[in-house]
Design a protein around this ligand. Structure first.
Ligand code: NAD
Length: 252
C-alpha cells in the first residue's frame, strides 16, 4: 500500500533500532527509503542495513551540527523532489543530566536534550512540509514517561511531553496540506538509547507483567503501526499519541 512512496527515516543506529523496524516495514509495504546515520563511527553499523533495504539515499545527519539537516533535505529535494513519509526516531541527553534526576539537570543538558530530541522534529517538519506536495505522514517516537512518572526517565519525561505537544500543534498547522502528524509511543525495547536508562531491565520485566497482551513488543510492531498510519487507510487520523505497548498504558 506504499508502493512508490518516498520515506525519510532518521534514527537507525543498528538492527535493534526502532527506526530500523519502521524502515523495514515501509520497504515491505513498497516504499523507497532515504536513511541517515549519525557519524563515521555509526556508519559501519547502519550501512549494511541500508544496503539490505536498497535505500537509494544514505547520508550523515547530526542534529547538533549546523547545516547537517539542511544538507539532507537539499539532497532529498535534488534526488526525489518530493517526500511522503518522515520518521524522527532519535533522542539524546547527556548522561549526567539524564541519570541525576530532574532537579539536578543542568540548563545546558536540558537544552541539549530538548534540541536533539524535540526541536529537531519541528525543524524536520518545516523542511519536509514543502516536499509533501500531495500530503504525507510524519512520525516522532515518544514514551509513556511523557504522561506518567516512570522512575529514572527523569529529564526525558518533560522532553517527550513537549514532543507530543509539538505533534498536536504541527498536526493542526499542517492539516490543511493533508499532512498528518503522529506521536508513536512504543513500550520499552532493548536498544542503544534505552541502555542509558538506569534499571532498564526492571522496566522490561514490569512491562511484560503489566501488559494486557502479556508480552514485550518488538521493533516490527512499531514499524507496522507506522506503515499502516502512512497508508491512505489512515487518512483521517492525525495529531494523537498512539501507543504500541501491548496495552500497558491503560493500567493504573
Ligand atoms: N527503546 C525504548 O524503550 C523506547 C521506548 C519508547 C520510545 N523510544 C524512543 O525511540 C527513539 C529511538 O530510540 P531507540 O530506542 O530505537 O534507540 P537507538 O539508540 O537505536 O536510536 C536512537 C537514535 O538517535 C540518534 N541520535 C542521537 N543523537 C542524535 C543527533 N544529535 N542527531 C541525529 N540523530 C541522533 C542515534 O544516532 C540513534 O540512531 C527515541 O526517540 C527514543 O526515545 C524508545
Amino acid at each position: 500500500m506504499l508502493k512508490g512512496a518516498r520515506a525519510l527515516v532518521v534514527g537507525i543506529a543498528n538492527e535493534h533500532s526502532i527506526a530500523y523496524g519502521c524502515a523495514k516495514a515501509f520497504r515491505e509495504f513498497g516504499a523507497d527509503l532515504a536513511l541517515t546515520y549519525l557519524n563515521d563511527k555509526a556508519k559501519p553499523y547502519v550501512e549494511p542495513l541500508a544496503r539490505t533495504l536498497e535505500a537509494p539515499i544514505f547520508l550523515p545527519l547530526d542534529f547538533a551540527q549546523a547545516g547537517s539537516l539542511e544538507a539532507v533535505f537539499e539532497h532529498v529535494t535534488q534526488v526525489w523532489g518530493r517526500l511522503d513519509i518522515m520518521v524522527h526516531s532519535a533522542a539524546f541527553a547527556p548522561k549526567e543530566d539524564l541519570q541525576g534526576g530532574l532537579l539536578n539537570c543542568s540548563a545546558a543538558g536540558f537544552a541539549t536534550a530538548m534540541g536533539v530530541s524535540c526541536h529537531s522534529f519541528i525543524r524536520m517538519a518545516k523542511l519536509a512540509a514543502p516536499l509533501m506536495k500531495e500530503g504525507g505522514a510524519m512520525f516522532a517516537m515518544t514514551y509513556h514517561g511523557a504522561d506518567k512518572v516512570i522512575p529514572n526517565y527523569n529529564v526525558m519525561g518533560p522532553v517527550k511531553a513537549a514532543l507530543e505537544c509539538a505533534c498536536r500543534y504541527l498536526a493542526f498547522e499542517l492539516g490543511k496540506q493533508k499532512i498528518r502528524v503522529h506521536a508513536i509511543s512504543p513500550g520499552p525495547l532493548k536498544t542503544r538509547a534505552s541502555s542509558g536508562l538506569k534499571d532498564f531491565d526492571r522496566l522490561l520485566d514490569e512491562a511484560t507483567e503489566r501488559a494486557p497482551l502479556g508480552e514485550l513488543i518488538d521493533i516490527m510492531d512499531v514499524g507496522y503501526a507506522c506503515a499502516y498510519l502512512a497508508t491512505p487507510c489512515a487518512r483521517r487520523i492525525t495529531g494523537g499519541t498512539i501507543y504500541v505497548d501491548g496495552g500497558t498504558n491503560i493500567r493504573a
